[in-house]
Design a binder for this molecule. Structure first.
Ligand code: ADP
Ligand code: MG
Length: 352
């Protein structure tokens, strides 16, 4: 009998040792690969790039850093309204209704803007620049008062999808005072460009973030999809300080729009940098943040702003009808708490 007990004890011990071995071999699965970081600033914000690769030598690292930096400089020289010597600024300064010759790259991003303008019946509108400037979110300092009804009426003559005529290599204003703001597309487009550039260099595992707009490919240093935190939209909150969710992406982009980081106060009222071009006023609803996942970061960026302008109900309906994008909408409740709605597909990206 005691021999039997001894044997059972021995068997249990062997099972325990085997289980321990299985667990320890599981934990060694979290193998770390080498990651290489490239950080800098562009478009008045920062960028963070991570490449996971076997090795990148010092010389290659400096070549990547220089190339990315120059790619972003060239990109900025086309689309930045904050650089008065950029291609878009020259176009804005050109007070004529003659066709203006533009680069293919500028034409492409303006065409995307026009497509989103048409798709959202004018909620997304790159001709919103004069209003953005008035409210102090553009390259001008901005006023400390709300515009008069007459001023808004005047601007509404200068905004709209039909105010720009696109040719094969030209853009024509229908009124000389029209000007273009590409801020709602530019960071996403730049993230796409950097990711394509690095893929062409032969890197498969990438994370590219420019001012919060992110493109991912392959895996992170743990051999898993890239983990990305989505901020809770607390006014003035630091990025990453308080997360609403963590999502996991590979081969996809994510972009967000919100009312909580870029805002001003006019006459004691908090106003958002997102303008509803249909009313000529900053958005005023309880949708605090929109996060969009799509295959292209420029598209995710444009959709996030579109849903933000369309607002809680129309924005959600529009998003559900848009094929190829998933989203999370976070609402600010009167008691200071947050409520969220996400599309079914978005749920699949959650890591938490
Ligand atoms: P972020 O810059 O924080 O990513 P968005 O992508 O939503 O935010 O872009 C907001 C910017 O887009 C504003 O600062 C403004 O320059 C511009 N903008 C504001 N309203 C609109 C609009 N209705 N359509 C297109 N662009 C807009
Ligand atoms: Mg954006």
């Amino acid at each position: 009998m005691s021999l039997l007990i001894k044997n059972i004890r021995l068997l249990l011990l062997i099972i325990q040792v085997c289980l321990l071995f299985i667990f320890s071999s599981c934990s060694s699965n979290t193998q770390q690969y080498n990651e290489f970081a490239f950080n800098g600033s562009t478009m008045g914000t920062t960028y963070h790039i991570t490449i996971v690769a076997d090795s990148i030598n010092v010389e290659q690292r400096s070549r990547i850093a220089t190339s990315v930096d120059s790619l972003l400089r060239v990109f900025n020289k086309r689309v930045s309204t904050y650089d008065d010597q950029s291609e878009i600024s020259h176009f804005n300064q050109n007070l004529t209704i003659e066709p203006v010759g533009v680069s293919n790259e500028l034409l492409h991003i303006v065409k995307m803007g026009q497509d989103f303008c048409n798709a959202t019946s004018g909620a997304f509108d790159i001709t919103v620049m004069p209003l953005v400037n008035f409210f102090g979110f553009g390259y001008e300092i901005g006023e400390n008062r709300f515009p008069t009804v007459e001023e808004i009426d005047d601007w509404l003559q200068l905004t709209g999808c039909d105010k720009l005529l696109l040719g094969d290599s030209t853009i024509t204003k229908t009124d000389p005072r029209i000007s273009i703001d590409l801020s709602a597309l530019a960071k996403g487009d730049a993230s796409d460009h950097v990711a394509v550039f690095l893929k062409e260099m032969g890197f498969e595992n990438l994370f590219v973030e420019i001012g919060g707009e992110i493109m991912t490919h392959g895996f992170n240093k743990y051999g898993r999809a890239w983990k990305i935190g989505i901020d809770r939209p607390n006014y003035g909150g630091a990025p990453g300080a308080d997360l609403q969710h963590i999502i996991e992406l590979s081969g996809l982009a994510v972009a967000s729009s919100g009312d909580y980081r870029n805002y001003r106060e006019i006459e004691g009222k908090r106003i958002s940098h997102t303008i509803d071009p249909r009313s000529g006023s900053p958005i005023a609803h309880n949708l605090a943040a929109v996060t969009i996942v799509a295959e292209s970061c420029m598209i995710a960026d444009a959709i996030a702003t579109s849903v933000m302008v369309l607002g809680p109900e129309d924005g959600l309906t529009w998003l559900k009808n848009y094929s190829g994008a998933e989203g999370l909408l976070i609402f600010r409740e009167p008691d200071g708490t947050y409520r969220e709605i996400m599309t079914d597909g978005f749920r699949g990206y959650l890591a938490d």
